[in-house]
Write a protein that binds this ligand. Structure first.
Ligand SMILES: *Cc1c(COP(=O)(O)O)cnc(C)c1O
Length: 382
């Protein structure tokens, strides 16, 4: 129950164990085509260029930046946690200029500050932001931010590594241009793949670059010849065949449940966790409207040895929760309820384990109340 990787559904582990076939085998090409259609479903897009990059979420991030940005470009980067900082690093390594819009960790991206930055930098080509900040458990208003970009003739780059399948992601309705995700958060697949999708506008920009993409491996002009080649596919790299079986299975599971049902499940388990935490006097840090249901930022009560609590959870309950990062280190825990891991059994385990650990630390709370509070939420939503 950390910030990812989440628990992998056993069906997906079973898919990984299927025999490895060639990455140009007709059956495999059919599987690739199905993965594309399923990814279009979870991203809610008709984008032709929708595929999994053969590397983790960070490579999806890098693919968006290196393909869209050329030396000398200006990019407005919103930062309200760890991952916006990595976006800036990508921009400068592309030889481009990053204009930062900073918000406090734990707060959503302020769309008015972004509008002002766009006004002050009319030459800016791209607006980049994190939809679901895993370091702080915050969601930002992707629809408004993408619209700000397109209204001002800019492209948008959206990080939804933690958002996809946990909260609404609507690539076409937002008018987003380049969106990347990861497999090990709410898709509950193994780590190591990064689903991405690019709009027609983004593809035009990629096809009309003045300079070659600095990364050979991530150059989408080349990757497209393998993923977009219809019946004729050119070898680019050996696809991670078994990992793609796993992704296919995980996307089938999302489709079977239904996207809306998946978002509702994430929300229900988040509400049950919250109710239980509140009975222990613990509070969630993020404003209610901006909270991610799949990543809960819990403030640590005064005088508690937070590392000892996490240690006890791991040793006595076989349960991992996340520590705070950066400015929030030592101040918060991060409790993940992602994908297959977002279920009532995990919520109850986490609440009883935390109760136990906090009582051991000397906090005056009565055992058992947290689970009762969570159960009341489940009973009310039946
Ligand atoms: C996890 C994560 C990433 C990086 O994904 P990796 O698979 O670890 O490379 C990027 N952005 C966000 C918001 C994430 O949560």
């Amino acid at each position: 129950m950390g910030p990812g990787p989440s628990d992998v559904n056993p069906r997906i582990l079973g898919a990984l164990a299927r025999p490895t076939i060639g990455h140009l085998d007709p059956s495999f090409i059919q599987l690739m085509d199905e993965i594309k259609v399923l990814l279009q479903y979870v991203f809610q897009t008709k984008n032709e260029l929708t595929l999994p990059i053969s590397a983790p979420g960070s490579a999806g991030m890098e693919a968006c930046f290196v393909n869209l940005i050329e030396p000398g470009d200006t990019v407005i980067v919103c930062q309200n946690g760890v991952f916006g900082g990595r976006m800036k690093e990508n921009v400068t390594r592309c030889g481009a200029n990053a204009v930062m819009v900073q918000d406090d960790w734990g707060k959503a991206v302020d769309t008015e500050k972004v509008a002002a930055a766009i006004k002050a930098n009319p030459e800016a080509k791209v607006l980049a932001f994190v939809h679901a900040e895993t370091s702080t458990g915050v969601q930002s208003d992707a629809a408004t931010l993408c619209k700000l970009a397109s209204d001002n003739n800019m492209l948008s780059i959206v990080d939804t590594v933690t958002g996809l399948a946990g909260i609404e992601v609507a690539v076409d309705a937002w008018g987003a241009d380049a969106v990347y995700s990861g497999t090990q958060k709410c898709l509950s697949c193994v780590p190591g793949l990064s689903p991405v999708t690019f709009s027609e506008r983004a593809i035009d920009v990629i096809k009309n670059r003045k300079t070659a993409v600095q990364s050979w491996f991530l150059d989408l002009n080349l990757v497209m010849a393998y993923w977009g080649g219809g019946a004729k596919r050119a070898y680019h790299h050996t696809a991670p065949v078994n990992s793609l079986y796993a992704l296919h299975e995980s996307l089938c599971i999302v489709k079977e449940e239904g996207l809306q049902a998946s978002w509702a499940r994430h929300r229900r388990n988040h509400l049950a966790l919250r109710a239980g935490l509140e009975t222990m006097g613990l509070s969630l840090v993020v404003n209610e409207a901006d909270r991610l249901p799949q990543l809960n930022l819990v403030s640590i009560p005064h005088g508690i040895d937070e590392a000892a609590v996490r240690g006890q959870l791991l040793n006595d309950f076989d349960l991992e929760i996340g520590a705070g990062l950066g400015e929030l280190a030592g101040k918060v825990w991060r409790i993940g309820l992602m994908g297959y891991g977002s279920n009532p059994t995990n919520v109850r385990l986490c609440l009883s384990a935390l109760e136990n650990a906090l009582i051991k630390q000397g906090l005056a709370i009565a055992g058992g109340n947290a689970i009762a509070a969570a159960n009341a939420i489940y009973a009310a939503s039946e």
